[in-house]
Design a protein around this ligand. Structure first.
Ligand code: ADE
Ligand code: ZN
Length: 341
């Protein structure tokens, strides 16, 4: 049980979300509504049926259902509705800034145009800034189970739109698809001035985290759980001040951890790592960002100071300019003072 003061601190703390797959925010109710709107058949009778099917024993189990779920996303308005619903939900959790992932290859391979996907997402992000005061960055992920050539083709599709794409990432099935496979694509992305991040050490070994650092030259590590198995790697990540985007409920649902008490969040902070807390795919893993904060705070007995540190890390680890980060940290200080923490 969380104390009411910790619960209310979590609710009120301004935060940034740095690890969120927009397609993973497709709630079963919207899945049904879009299936009906677009005349797409889905093998479920109700939203409850869909939720019951969300039982995963590993990352691949989840990915199979996640890619199936995407089949209802067809029009620009679908991508707008998906993104807008996430932003409204994030605003309710005191999220002030989002750096969201999208998976263009999950759509283009179904015949949905890159511009349709990008148009809907970025129109909602612009409305999120204007109407909800949430700033954003957009990160285009390459699906690592696909080839290097396909990643290059995706980067080519993005070229006319780099005014609306801030970075590239690497996601999907990790084991068997090491970062090395994408070293040349990431080099090109860096040359284009894009930010670079990658999922590493979610299921893959510490070696994949080394590759993400040395070959992809990532600015942030998504997940990074298994980096803790290697003390030299842990010390290096701490020394370089790299941010890790940890996703506690995702880790639990994908059996990366057996129990929330095994979440690495507290150990990371204790070892001087800049950990953050994020939702990953909230519609599939049972919770949005504050649910993730509450889950780790309860299971690990996090102090108010540690929760505040996690919120601060979310801004300092973001791609916002220094003045915006400073303004968000000042708002955290005000909220903490009001809460008497
Ligand atoms: N795509 C969506 N969520 C993911 C995750 N947690 N790991 C890898 N790829 C993903
Ligand atoms: Zn992820």
């Amino acid at each position: 049980m969380l104390s009411s003061s910790i619960d209310s601190l979590i609710a009120r703390l301004p935060k940034a979300e740095l690890h969120l797959h927009i397609e993973g925010s497709l709630e079963p109710e919207m899945l049904f509504a879009l299936a009906a709107r677009n005349g797409v058949n889905i093998p479920f009778a109700s939203a409850e049926d869909v939720r019951a099917a969300y039982s995963f024993s590993n990352l691949q189990d989840f990915l199979d259902i996640y890619y199936q779920g995407m089949s209802v996303l067809i029009t620009e308005q679908d991508f707008y509705d998906l993104t807008w619903a996430y932003l409204e939900r994030a605003a309710a959790d005191s999220v002030r800034h989002v750096e969201i992932f999208f998976d263009p290859q999950g759509h283009t391979e179904r015949g949905v145009a890159f511009e349709t996907v990008l148009g809907g997402i970025t129109r909602a992000l612009a409305d999120g800034a204007a109407r909800l005061g949430i700033s954003h960055r957009l990160i285009m992920c390459f699906l690592r189970h696909l080839s290097e050539d396909e990643a290059f083709a995706t980067l080519d599709q993005a070229l006319p739109h780099l005014d609306r794409i801030d970075g590239v990432g690497l996601d999907s099935s990790e084991v068997g698809h090491p970062p090395a496979k994408f070293a040349r694509v990431f080099a090109k992305a860096r040359d284009l001035g894009l930010h670079v991040v990658a999922h590493a050490g979610e299921e893959g070994p510490p070696e994949y985290v080394y590759q993400a650092l040395d070959l992809l030259k990532v600015e942030r590590i998504d997940h990074g759980n298994r980096a803790l198995e290697d003390p030299a790697l842990t010390a290096r990540i701490a020394a370089e001040g790299l941010t890790l985007t940890v996703c506690p409920l995702s880790n639990l649902r994908l059996c990366v951890i057996g129990d929330m008490a095994q979440s690495p969040v507290k150990r990371m902070l204790e070892q001087g790592l800049k950990a953050t807390v994020n939702a990953d795919d909230p519609a599939y893993f049972g919770g949005y960002i504050n649910d993730n904060f509450r889950a780790v705070a309860g299971a690990l007995g996090l102090s108010a100071g540690e929760i505040i540190e996690l919120a601060r890390n979310s801004f300092t680890g973001s791609f916002l300019p220094a003045d915006a980060i400073a303004a968000h940290l000042a708002e955290i200080d005000r909220v903490v003072a009001e809460a008497g923490q």
